[in-house]
Each structure stands twice: as structure tokens, then as C-alpha cells.
Write a protein that binds this ligand. Structure first.
Ligand SMILES: C[S@@+](CC[C@H](N)C(=O)[O-])C[C@H]1O[C@@H](n2cnc3c(N)ncnc32)[C@H](O)[C@@H]1O
Length: 473
């Protein structure tokens, strides 16, 4: 792996950069695999224990996954398994994510009051690593707006939010400038900015050919534009978390200085444990603290994060809210048997029904008036001829009633289900039900008198062929 000399020279002298060991770790090209567990679906012990068949974690007693020290949910795996052929991956039991990025949890837990109901914006959210993490650490009374400006990238983001199974989130597709219409609205804004990507060189060598000093300069300008557009939407005293996967000062410390200079943002320090290997940097202009992750110092990829408090006053605008369509009492009665909670507002859009915790209804109305909402809460399905045809999202949601029938599949059948093939398993009951693997729902089937219809979404089905003939049965 040949790192560009112009790149190496450009970060010479940057805090924590050690040329020799940095080059060495890239030459070795070792891949670090880490996952973050979904605490509403599983925990580490049940995941490792349940995984004997496919050795998700390479757990053959000798090698046990180790936890990532700056998060409660992250684990390093001793080897990279085939996630595609792990039903628990599709059930949303965990998310595959770089360990350095999980440091977001330290920023949030040290600088935000997570016991409070917070309105949080993840501005550049696709594919959903930070958003799913935020959903695991925010309180139930908090609302996450997960935004992605590039429309096709919203689909993966929505799929990942659905898998995570929480209903206190909305997915939007807007340019940062659109959020100016919501002055002082958010308690926390996370800007995981598009960047020149040098932090990914080890994982994705193609990023090396795309790197140039010119691109770093362009990224830095774009980051400023994004931040200038989004800052009015942050509340007075609100928290801005800015991160990149670039080592370049122009995208990191210089942006920190610019935020202090232009917007009088107050930089916040995060306490570190020396053993973590994270480097605290200080910006040259205003002494703002930032946190640098180098792959030769931490077990993870390149990353930078810096946090700020907004001190300027921002007036939140109110105004009259328009009415929205909600389910009738008759429709609510149809839906009741499918749902665990009754503190929900059921939104109606023609025949389609969505559930959102009732406490967010005014937020939803306000956001809908200003943003392009792509996904809301949990999609429940459509009511046709007085019956619910359930949506895939409901099967994976924590809102699903335990009274809804479910058929457990063995490993080979679970893979067949995920490939959208016919099942050999005979369910004990007829009608709509979930199919599960190790008690984790994967999606819906409808068992009719003479056949079983597989309702796993076509666009999500496994197309890849496994090398193991046991999977092909
Ligand atoms: C580093 S990635 C985000 C990764 C994501 N936060 C996660 O943890 O999975 C940066 C994101 O910024 C988005 N983006 C690109 N141009 C943008 C712009 N002008 N404004 C806001 N976001 C942008 C990209 O589409 C991409 O999804």
C-alpha cells in the first residue's frame, strides 16, 4: 500500500502523527472487524452463545471477542465472518461499524444529559452507523432526525433504521440549508461530515487514488458551508458534534478554529483514558480540543471528533400546526392486536399506517411542514378489506406484540427465507406470522392452506452465493 508522499508531507507535524509506524500499519494492511450490539434485541453473551453454527465471532472458546473500551456496545471480532450469511445480522441484532466511530458515545455521554428528552439531528446519516448508535443511547422520550442529502443513500439508511427496531426516529432527505427553517430546534446536532477520507486508506485502498490536496481544500470549504447552514437549527446551549475520517488539519483543527472564530462556539473537552491511545489535539488559533484516532495507536481506523456548545441565543419559532390524518377508532382496533404499546399515535397516509410515539406528534407535524420526510417511526402496513397486511418494519420493531404468532427456523431455513426461497418448515398456525432465528424475527410469512408465502422484501434478499454447500440445501 503506497501512501501518497504529498499526503504524508501534508500531515507531517500534526499532533500524534508518527510517520514510520503510520506507514507500517498501512503496509501490514491488517483489517480490524468490529460490531456494535443492539441492546433492545440482544447482548454480547447471548450473541456469542447463540452463534455456534456460523461462528459469527470466530468464537470457538479459544478466541473471545473483546469489548471496545469507549462504548458499552462495541466488540472487536477475532476474524471477519460472512455477515451476509448470518441471520442475526439481518434481524438487526448488531451493526458492523469501525471502532473509532463509536467514540461518539463518549461525546454524547460526557457532554449531553442523556436522561433528558432530546431532539437530535444526525445531519449526514447514511448508511446509519451513528444514527443506530444514537438510538441505543438516547432516552425513549428523545427524537432522532436522521438526514441524508443524497436520495439513493436514504434507502440503506432507512433499512438500517428499520432493522434497529426503534420508533423514535424520522429519516429526512434534505440539503443542510433546509434546516434554517427550524431555528433553535435541536438540542444536539451531529455533523459526520463528507471528507477527503484519508482515515479509510487502510480499509479501502481505492480511497488513496482519490486523495489530493485540492480535494482536501474543497472538502474543507464544503464542511464550512454545511456547518454555517446547520448552526441556526441548534438551540442556545445546544451541542454540536463534528467529526471526519480525515487526518488533514484543514478539515479538522482548522474547522474547529473557524467555528470558534465565526460563530463564537465554545469548545468542549472530553476526558480520555490514556490506555485508549486516542490523541488530544489543540487547534492553533483558539486552543480547541479535538480527538484524533490513528490506526497505529488505536484499534480502529482514522477519525477526528471535536465538540462545541452554542452560546449565541437562537429564538425557536412556534406557530400554528396544521392537522394531520390519523387512524380512526375502527382502524386502531384492527391494529391493536399487532402492537405492544398503546402510547402511540397512528398516522394514516391513504391505506398505509405508521406508528410514532404520541409525544412526538407536534414535532412530526412541524418537521413535515419544513422537511422532506422519507420515513417516520415504524411502518405498520396497509389495511385492506378490514385486515392489516403487515409491513416488514413491524416484524423487526420493538413495537411488535408478543401475541403475534412466530415460527422459529433453523439456520438453513433462515437463510432460505432471507434468499426469498420456499420454506420446508410447516408452521403450527395458519395466517400472518413472523419467522424467527433464535427467537429474533426476520420478517413475515403468510401460511395458507396449501402453501407458505414468503414476504421477505425482494430488494433485501440475499443474492450472494455461499461457499458452504450446507447453505444451499
Ligand atoms: C462520513 S459519511 C456519513 C456516515 C454516517 N454518519 C455513518 O455513521 O454511517 C458522510 C455523509 O455525508 C453525506 N453528504 C455528502 N455531501 C453532503 C452535503 N453537502 N451536506 C451534507 N451531507 C453530505 C454523504 O452522502 C455521506 O452519507
Amino acid at each position: 500500500m503506497k501512501l501518497p508522499e504529498a499526503f504524508l508531507q501534508s500531515i507531517e507535524g500534526v499532533k500524534g502523527f508518527d510517520r514510520e509506524s503510520f506507514i507500517k500499519v498501512h503496509d501490514e494492511g491488517n483489517q480490524v472487524t468490529s460490531i456494535r450490539i443492539n441492546p433492545i434485541k440482544t447482548d454480547a453473551h447471548s450473541l456469542w452463545d447463540s452463534d455456534k453454527e456460523i461462528k459469527l465471532a470466530g468464537v470457538d472458546q479459544a478466541s473471545v471477542p473483546t469489548s471496545i473500551p469507549w462504548t458499552n456496545y462495541g466488540y472487536y471480532l477475532p476474524e471477519r465472518p460472512s455477515f451476509t450469511f448470518d441471520p442475526l445480522f439481518h434481524a438487526g441484532c448488531y451493526y458492523v461499524q469501525d471502532a473509532s466511530s463509536m467514540f461518539l458515545e463518549q461525546a454524547m455521554s460526557q457532554l449531553a444529559d442523556l436522561s433528558q428528552p432530546l431532539k437530535v439531528l444526525d445531519l449526514s446519516a447514511a448508511p446509519g452507523g451513528k444514527s443506530t448508535h444514537l438510538l441505543s443511547i438516547l432516552s425513549e422520550e428523545s427524537l432522532l432526525v436522521s438526514n441524508e442529502v443524497i436520495r439513493p443513500r436514504c434507502n440503506t439508511l432507512i433499512d438500517n433504521i428499520i432493522k434497529w427496531g426503534k420508533s423514535n426516529a424520522l429519516v429526512t432527505n434534505n440539503d443542510p440549508a433546509a434546516f434554517k427553517k427550524l431555528p433553535g430546534y435541536f438540542d444536539v446536532i451531529v455533523v459526520d461530515a463528507p471528507c477527503s477520507g484519508s482515515g479509510l486508506f487502510r480499509k479501502d485502498p481505492d480511497a488513496i487514488t482519490e486523495w489530493s490536496l485540492n480535494n482536501v481544500a474543497l472538502c474543507s470549504q464544503r464542511q464550512q458551508r454545511i456547518l454555517a447552514d446547520i448552526l441556526p437549527a441548534l438551540k442556545e446551549n445546544g451541542l454540536l458534534i463534528y467529526s471526519t475520517c480525515s487526518y488533514s488539519e484543514a478539515e479538522d483543527e482548522s474547522i474547529a478554529d473557524w467555528l470558534v472564530n465565526e460563530f463564537e462556539m465554545k469548545n468542549e473537552r472530553i476526558s480520555l483514558n490514556d490506555e485508549w491511545g486516542i490523541v488530544e489535539s489543540v487547534s492553533p488559533g483558539h486552543g480547541a480540543f479535538g480527538y484524533r484516532f490513528y490506526p497505529n495507536k488505536v484499534k480502529g481506523e482514522g477519525f477526528f471528533i471535536s465538540c462545541f456548545r452554542k452560546v449565541n441565543e437562537e429564538k425557536e419559532v412556534g406557530g400554528k400546526l396544521p392537522r394531520i390524518d390519523t387512524a380512526s377508532s375502527k382502524e386502531k382496533l384492527i391494529l391493536k392486536d399487532w402492537l405492544k404499546s398503546d402510547s402511540l399515535e397512528i398516522l394514516k397516509d391513504h391505506d398505509t399506517f405508521r406508528a410514532l410515539p404520541a409525544i412526538f406528534i407536534n414535532d412530526f407535524i412541524r418537521l413535515r411542514g419544513n422537511l422532506n420526510i422519507q420515513y417516520t417511526g415504524t411502518e405498520l402496513g396497509q389495511i385492506m378489506k378490514g385486515r392489516l397486511v403487515p409491513d416488514h418494519a413491524l416484524a423487526l420493531s420493538s413495537l411488535l406484540s408478543p401475541n403475534v404468532a412466530s415460527t422459529n427456523l433453523d439456520y438453513a431455513e433462515a437463510i432460505k427465507y432471507l434468499q426469498r426461497k420456499d420454506l420446508a418448515t410447516i408452521p403450527q398456525t395458519k395466517g400472518w406470522q413472523t419467522v424467527s432465528y433464535k427467537n429474533h424475527p426476520l420478517g413475515w410469512i403468510n401460511a395458507l392452506a396449501n402453501r407458505i408465502n414468503n414476504y421477505y422484501p425482494k430488494e433485501m434478499r440475499i443474492l450472494k452465493q455461499s461457499n458452504d454447500s450446507a447453505f444451499e440445501k
